[in-house]
Ligand binder design. Structure first.
Ligand SMILES: [Zn+2]
Length: 170
């Protein structure tokens, strides 16, 4: 069940891989171990001893094809909006569709914002123009590999944090 963070040779996080695949990459000399698991547990075979990897880095550059849109998830949306309500700026605890779904608004990055429950209830099925509300900024699709790894930072090893920092997120 343990996952290993896979970095490009540039240290850009690419994805997480299962332990078996990670070990194959390392033993196949396609990747090097940057950090071993803090548990210190070793994998042993007759010929090999290898500390369980936590972060591995590819030896060759992998060009990442521009994949489709970053999937819209609650965690990623909250992160994009800094956990703040798009309407009043207080702590957000729900997702609001700017154009309500009942009025044809899509469930898409461009139509979703983090919202507090109060604003969400007050807004109900109305448009912001009808309420005289404004948005500080237009909701947009986030870009960058880090957005695909949202959640990994919480699920993974603390050693991953440095590589998943937001500094290079678009
Ligand atoms: Zn609010």
């Amino acid at each position: 069940m343990r996952r290993v963070l896979l970095l490009n040779i540039t240290y850009e996080p690419l994805t997480t891989v299962g332990m078996h695949r990670a070990v194959c990459l390392v033993l196949g000399e396609k990747a090097d171990v940057l950090h071993s698991d803090v548990s210190g547990i070793e994998l042993r075979s007759e010929t090999v001893r290898l500390a369980i990897p936590s972060v591995i880095r590819l030896r060759r550059y992998i060009r990442v094809p521009h994949r489709s849109r970053v999937p819209l998830t609650r965690a990623a949306l909250m992160r994009r909006d800094n956990y703040l309500c798009a309407y009043c700026g207080t702590k957000a605890d729900t997702i609001d569709h700017v154009i309500p779904r009942s009025r044809g608004g899509p469930h898409a990055w461009e139509n979703c914002v983090a919202s507090c429950t109060r604003c969400n209830h007050r807004k109900a099925d109305r448009l912001i123009e009808e309420l005289g509300w404004t948005l500080a900024r237009d909701p947009a699709v986030p870009h960058g590999p880090h957005w695909r790894l949202i959640g990994a930072i919480n699920d993974g090893d603390p050693q991953w944090v440095a590589y998943l920092a937001e500094s290079s997120a678009a």
